[in-house]
Write a protein that binds this ligand. Structure first.
Ligand SMILES: C[S@@+](CC[C@H](N)C(=O)[O-])C[C@H]1O[C@@H](n2cnc3c(N)ncnc32)[C@H](O)[C@@H]1O
Length: 304
């Protein structure tokens, strides 16, 4: 039976970012993976967190008690650190009062932020107004945007504020670390109660999407192979990665996904035993309905 391509609109989006290479569409698979485990992990970790959509979903779905997000990009880090600090609710309010016009956006993006809070606000604005949410140097502003609304076309202040406040309210269960994801994996290799979702930059497209895109994949695999906790890695379906997986005696499985241009591509999952991924996917739709009910007809378009 052909595997289903997940409709991302069926996954409630919990992240304040619209993240390039974001894994919203993988969330139903991650739920299936966690549910297949003999024991729920106490802590869930995302060593290459980006927008953190998978970790946030696991936490909010009650599939783990604690969440650790790790990221090396200082702009992205400023957002997580601010939301998880006493300033989290202030960030939500500032977003509600920001009016995105070409002029206000250019002025916001050209400033050198003096505080972590300013940097966080600037990063959120950049993520919303640049093409594809790409924040790496060289990315450009959306010109026409959706429905000719230009730079404001992805600015959904209520949705953003709501997501930020939800994370802020759960901050006692979430920690963020600005550090190298491989080092974090190495340092936590003995944690049996921690499950790791490992989504490093894609081997091919990463350079265009992220400021930090160079990864020593071999070192990553050799550390992952020593983990005592459960883990799931995800990659583009690249030959060298398959070779590494087989060298470290890991299981691989490909699943279909749609890229931003709606082309169906294959994603490579890597783990110790991926039999759970070969079973038909159990989709849990209830969460979507709750999201839509809570936010009315604007809910669907505001999912990102
Ligand atoms: C594919 S993206 C993760 C997307 C994320 N899973 C989501 O759904 O939003 C990879 C992330 O790894 C980060 N990154 C790159 N090198 C890193 C490193 N050595 N340690 C931690 N994070 C790193 C990039 O900045 C980028 O945010």
């Amino acid at each position: 039976m052909a595997a289903r391509v997940i409709n991302v609109a069926s996954v409630p989006h919990r992240s304040p970012f619209r993240y390039p290479g974001g894994k919203t569409w993988l969330v139903p698979y991650v739920r299936q993976w966690i549910r297949s485990l003999p024991r729920r992990p106490f802590e869930f970790a995302e060593p290459f967190a980006g927008g953190g959509i998978v970790g946030l979903s696991v936490l909010f779905d009650g599939l783990a008690e604690k969440l650790t997000l790790v990221e090396i990009d200082e702009d992205v880090a400023s957002v997580w650190k601010t939301i998880l600090s006493a300033q989290g609710s202030r960030l939500a309010s500032e977003i509600m009062s920001f009016r995105p016009t070409e002029e206000s956006v250019r002025s916001c993006l050209s400033r050198t932020p003096k505080t972590q809070f300013d940097r966080a606000l600037q990063t959120i604005v950049r993520n919303r107004v640049q093409r594809g949410g790409i924040m790496a140097p060289g990315a450009s502003l959306m010109r026409r945007g959706e429905n000719g609304r230009g730079v404001a076309s992805r600015w959904y202040p209520e949705t953003l504020a709501r997501r930020i406040l939800a994370i802020f309210e759960s901050r006692h269960r979430i920690r963020f670390r600005l550090e190298d994801g491989i080092q974090f994996i190495h340092d936590n290799a003995n944690r049996k109660d921690m499950a790791f979702f490992i989504d490093p930059p894609y081997t091919v497209a990463g350079r265009r999407l992220y400021l930090h895109s160079q990864i020593d994949h071999e070192r990553l695999f050799s550390d992952v192979a020593t983990l005592r906790g459960e883990f799931l890695m995800t990659y583009d379906n690249a030959g060298p990665i398959r070779t590494l997986a087989s060298r470290f005696r890991l299981d691989t499985h490909t699943i279909p996904m749609k890229n931003t241009h709606h082309r169906v591509m294959t994603e490579l999952l890597v783990g110790r035993d991926l039999d759970w991924a070969r079973k038909p996917l159990q989709l849990v739709q209830d969460a979507l309905f709750e999201d839509l009910q809570a936010h009315g007809s604007a809910g669907r378009q505001a999912l990102y």
